[in-house]
Design a protein around this ligand. Structure first.
Ligand SMILES: [Cu+2]
Length: 238
């Protein structure tokens, strides 16, 4: 059988293509999801410090995410403050609220995400790909602003069964309504003696206990599951 020119050209292309494929130089291994990342976290827990940075005098806060850690892991700010996270690592990170109230989404190196905090409270957050990266933002009410907290509202942040932010003695007057907002790093039950008021605590999720202080005296409050006394309610008689 006689082959004509177009057919020969097609065969030639196929043969050359095949040779190129066979002798193609080996490329570097591709970075597929199953390939272990060359860079690994250097610390198990980025949130090794209990220190809370007071930034209540700032309207805007810049925070780097670097070396698999939020560089200001625990901060206190006023309502209305804008927090901007900028990722300095080559791997992607997020800043994502435990309660879903904010999420920067995945930030590549050099990218930023921000959020304006308009509600007082305590907000735990983490990085979705690296959940051991954690941070806490305590948002204080602005008494001069339109968003106010009652004078009998107290914010407690508990870490490793200790109050790391907020009063360990809550002083109020008999007959007052009191609101205690509690955020604990562990599942627990917060209990006020004599009042027999309790609230279940889920890890890093704010729980609220509201009651009227009709008994006067000093009433310890504790973490019920571990029987740890962490503070007291002092009710001044009328
Ligand atoms: Cu991360």
């Amino acid at each position: 059988m006689k082959l004509n020119t177009p057919v020969l050209i097609i065969i030639g292309v196929i043969v050359l293509g095949g040779l190129f494929f066979v002798f193609k130089p080996k490329t570097q291994p591709q970075n597929s999801p199953s390939t272990p990342q060359s860079q690994t976290p250097t610390t198990q827990d980025s949130n090794g410090t209990d220190e809370i940075l007071d930034l209540t005098n700032q309207k805007e806060v810049q925070m780097d995410i670097q070396d698999y850690a939020f560089q200001k892991p625990n901060i206190r700010i006023k309502v209305g403050t804008k927090v901007t996270w900028t990722n300095r690592d080559s791997v992607r990170h997020t800043a994502t609220a435990d309660d879903g109230s904010f999420d920067t989404g995945l930030l590549a190196q050099g990218e930023s995400g921000s959020y304006v905090f308009t509600t007082p409270g305590t907000f735990g957050y983490y990085c979705i790909p690296h959940p051991n990266m954690r941070g806490t933002i305590i948002v204080e009410g602005d008494n001069q602003g339109s968003i106010t907290e009652s004078k009998n509202t107290f914010n407690l942040v508990i870490k490793e069964k200790k109050v790391i932010s907020g009063p360990t003695t809550i002083k109020i007057n008999q007959g007052d309504e009191v609101t205690i907002k509690i955020t604990s790093d562990e599942a627990e039950e917060f209990h006020v003696h004599a009042y027999d008021n309790s609230v279940e605590l889920e890890p890093n999720k704010q729980a609220t206990l509201t009651f009227t202080a009709n008994l006067s005296g000093r009433f310890p409050f504790e973490l019920e599951n571990s029987k740890t006394e962490i503070g007291a309610l002092e009710v001044q008689p009328k």
